[in-house]
Write a protein that binds this ligand. Structure first.
Ligand code: BGC
Length: 739
């Protein structure tokens, strides 16, 4: 449809029809059976609004979306199709690793390929928009939503943000991908104390320097929508925050797409205590240019009264409606309200062989080898050794994590199945050994009944039998592989925790087997960095495998048996203890650093009972190759516009590898305090066995810019240090002057 036609359409709508476009309701409101009354009454939405609602939340599947669309359009005066929006965060039916795992790939190009597949599958399944990517920078592993983020670094996050948007929206005009809605704007990852839905408060400098770049990258890549975050910024919840939405997003960044509130966030302005009622809440959100009200009655019931009172200008509503109509038009919905989705297309697209193959490749690149004492890994599948796979995740398909709403665990390759493809049956023994958790009572909060909870817990008798049988198998085994981790419901939204070690029951169980002095390997399955301090001392080899997705079992087995050389690198620090949180590599310099020359002993910045450093730092990860860095060279000691920084990397092993070479800088003296290190570039390079490569980075003045004391974004002349290495800690360094 041409722009003038859209304008005509807009002006032919009544105010009720316009307001409807700005309301989003979930699937139960569109139940084509007569059951709609319940949720409607509960939320207080009128029939009139319901029949004009503009978009649907979290319904997917070609049959269902087509049915709802058809029923809706049959009664629609202007034939304006519904937009179907859903949470498709890291996979539709083919599920990739959780984003924190994707972050560990340090491979945005590969992640773009993954999101292209996600876009294709989602389109076939009738979704028009996905609430992805989530690009909140995270520094506190207590927050369950670390699962959804690519990590703690703004540069890396920004690279993934654009890759994900590009993938999802590839060939949007040819009905291949779907529209992307970046979230949660802004700074939701900084929720205080890692507690879900909690306050965010930070300086504007930190906001701009660290937190905004990933959202900006998604916006620059052309994402069609932005979702507001639940948190406050500088005292004002973002959904009603004109500085964040209007000044930064709309005016500075020129974003003219649709802004949607997070779930019920408009109404929550009342709970925050900045609006006294629904009307005030609608007023604040609309004034901040939030276009769509997700799952709250505020816009539905209050925009028209606000208009009548003259408090809201009709033009503000018109602009919001026009943005929604434009998106529908861009997606081609006026021409084809089903946007090419069909059961047949779904059948031919979902879980295609090449989708699964890519999911396996991505899962393998996301796995991080944290420890490998005496090169225990890789295992030799031909060795006539007995392997015991034990733990609640061994024979278990629950490997897709909390936020893969449309994924099915029945499609997933378990770790057991992965191992079976390498080992003779007589060499593999699989035992559950222990329960996943001491208690499943917390599942009650997620709707589980007492019977369901009881059915999950092992009886005392079962616990005893499982333990005895695992101990007997362990006695006979040469190597024990522990498949341990958090329960799916312990991370993701509303999954904040203060004890982020492996569940106690699993730790106690492992201890009983570790004393047998067998070779031990831990597969750590989690939606966040765990505190693995105990395990790092007692277990020989540790692989962090996240929730690895549909092909998890195959990818893990390929790594265990050396078919794939692990190349993942942490994109979020793994703390030594929970008391260190928040912890991140690019912290600011302090007046009394740990290594202070002028203050000794107690009076430096440190803990009395824990090191300052994390257990495993940002950028860290091992491979099966022996890699040596040497000869850091700068093209000059002075830099005006550009500087080349190069290093030699030697692989002295007989295994080729993928090495992630990382360049950091430190701005030694600035008009404001600068971080001790900042990632500036990285390259993932292939190094053949017994080969040496030279890796060179060209650093530009642009990359040395920051928000100075006067809030100008510029580089300040002076001394800098360049660091190059395989992670943020083990680096070589050389100084240069910016002139
Ligand atoms: C979450 C969002 C999600 C939305 C819709 C909210 O609770 O914070 O990430 O997109 O629900 O399901």
């Amino acid at each position: 449809m041409k722009e003038e036609k859209l304008q005509e359409l807009l002006h032919s709508l009544t105010w009720t029809e316009k307001v409807g476009q700005l309301v989003q309701l979930s699937g139960e409101f569109f139940n084509t059976s007569a059951l709609t009354v319940g949720p409607q009454q509960k939320l207080g939405i009128s029939d009139e609004i319901l029949s004009n609602v503009g978009s649907v939340l979290n319904v997917a599947g070609a049959a269902k979306t087509k049915e709802i669309q058809q029923t809706y359009l049959e009664k629609s005066r202007h034939q304006i199709p519904l937009l179907f929006m859903a949470d498709i965060i890291y996979g539709y039916r083919t599920v990739f690793p959780i984003p924190l795992g994707l972050g560990a790939s340090w491979n945005p190009d590969l992640i773009e390929e993954a999101y292209t597949i996600i876009g294709k599958e989602s389109q076939a399944g009738g979704a028009h928009v996905t609430f992805a990517p989530m690009v909140d920078l995270v520094r506190d592993a207590r927050w369950g939503r670390c699962l959804e983020s690519t990590g703690e670094d703004s540069l890396l996050n920004a690279a993934y943000a654009s890759a994900m948007v590009n993938g999802l929206q590839k060939n949007l005009d040819k009905q291949e991908g779907i529209a992307s809605c970046v979230k949660h704007f802004a700074a939701y990852g900084a929720a205080e104390a890692g507690r879900e839905y909690n306050t965010v408060d930070m300086s504007e400098r930190r906001l701009r320097q660290d937190y905004l770049p990933s959202y900006k990258s998604a916006v620059d890549a052309g994402c069609k929508m932005v979702m507001t975050s639940f948190n406050t910024y500088d005292g004002v919840p973002v959904t009603g925050n004109e500085f964040i939405l209007k000044d930064i997003l709309r005016e500075e960044w020129g974003f003219d797409g649709v802004i949607i509130s997070d779930y019920a966030a408009v109404r929550e302005l009342i709970d925050h205590g900045i609006a006294k009622d629904n009307k005030e809440a609608a007023y604040l959100a609309m004034k901040a240019t939030n276009d769509i009200d997700m799952k709250s009655p505020c816009y539905a019931n209050e925009l028209q009264p606000l208009l009548k009172d003259g408090r809201i200008d009709g033009e503000l509503i018109n602009q919001a409606v026009l943005r929604v109509l434009k998106l529908k038009n861009e997606l081609g919905l006026f021409e084809d309200p089903y946007r090419g989705a069909s059961e047949a297309k779904e059948k031919e697209t979902l879980l295609k062989e090449d989708h699964r193959a890519l999911a396996k490749k991505v899962a393998a690149e996301s796995v991080v080898l944290l420890k490998n004492k005496n090169n225990l890994l890789p295992l030799n599948p031909q060795a006539d050794e007995k392997i015991l796979l034990v733990g609640p995740y061994g024979d278990n398909q629950e490997l897709i994590g909390l936020w893969a709403v449309h994924g099915q665990t029945s499609d997933t390759v378990s770790i057991k199945a992965g191992l079976e493809s390498y080992l003779k049956p007589e060499n593999l023994c699989v035992e559950k050994g222990c329960d996943m958790l001491e208690s499943y009572d917390f599942l009650g909060e997620f709707g589980a009944t007492k019977d369901m909870i009881d059915s999950l817990s092992l009886s005392d008798e079962e616990k005893k039998t499982y333990l005895e049988s695992a101990l007997a198998a362990a006695e006979k085994a040469d190597t024990i592989i522990f498949a341990m981790g958090e329960h799916t419901m312990q991370s993701g939204e509303a999954g904040s925790r203060t004890d982020i070690r492996l569940p106690q029951i699993q730790r106690e169980f492992m201890k009983q087997l570790i004393v047998l002095n067998k070779k031990t390997i831990l597969l750590s399955i989690s939606g966040r960095p765990l505190v693995l301090t105990e395990e790092a001392e007692t277990i020989d080899a540790i692989l962090q495998v996240w929730f690895p997705g549909t092909e998890g079992g195959h990818a893990i087995a390929d790594i265990l048996f050396g078919q794939t050389n692990p190349s993942g690198r942490l994109s979020m620090s793994f703390p030594y203890s929970v008391g260190q949180l928040p912890i991140y590599y690019n912290e600011f310099k302090t007046g009394r650093p740990l290594t202070s020359a002028t203050h000794s002993g107690r009076f430096v910045s440190k803990y009395l009972d824990s090191p300052n450093a994390p257990l495993f730092p940002f950028g860290y990860g091992l491979s099966y190759s022996d890699i040596h860095y040497s000869g850091l060279t700068l093209s000059d000691t002075k830099m005006s516009e550009e500087l080349t920084i190069s290093v030699q990397i030697e692989n002295t092993s007989n295994r080729a590898c993928l090495e992630t070479v990382q360049l950091y800088i430190q701005d030694v003296v600035g008009s404001v305090v600068r971080p001790i290190k900042e990632l500036k570039q990285f390259k993932k390079v292939q190094i053949a066995e017994h080969a040496t490569v030279t890796v060179a980075f060209t650093l530009t003045r642009e990359e040395l810019k920051f928000y100075t004391c006067s809030m100008n974004y510029e580089a300040e002349n002076g001394t800098f240090i360049a660091f190059v290495g395989p992670n943020s800690t083990d680096t070589q360094e050389a100084a240069f002057e910016l002139v």
